[in-house]
Design a protein around this ligand. Structure first.
Ligand code: SF4
Length: 94
């Protein structure tokens, strides 16, 4: 699958390179409303990729590699698939 980052949608305002360097995505970032979220259409695309992945556990909706709840993780703009099926969004705002 592609290893290039997911492009931001039109009109997406992004951080500087220095700001991007400090974005460290963790599961608990979902509790922080300041953490960048994924636009809905991209989150749905990410989740569709997960649902078609051999590592996806349909009963728990978790990834067999990162163990995350994928229905939630896909909404964090800085998150990524551990095997590169989908990538962080470049240019997200903090
Ligand atoms: S995060 Fe990646 S490896 Fe995990 S279920 Fe989704 S596509 Fe598969």
């Amino acid at each position: 699958m592609s290893s290039s980052p997911t492009p931001p949608p039109d009109g997406w305002v992004g951080p500087t390179d220095a700001e991007w360097e400090v974005i460290k995505t963790r599961p608990w970032d979902l509790l922080d409303p300041r953490h960048p979220r994924t636009p809905k259409v991209i989150a749905e695309g990410r989740y569709d990729l997960c649902k078609s992945c051999d590592e996806f556990h349909g009963f728990t909706h978790t990834c067999g590699i990162c163990r995350c709840f994928m229905a939630l993780k896909v909404h964090l703009a800085g998150a990524s698939c551990p095997i590169g099926r989908w990538n962080p969004i470049e240019g997200v705002s903090l």
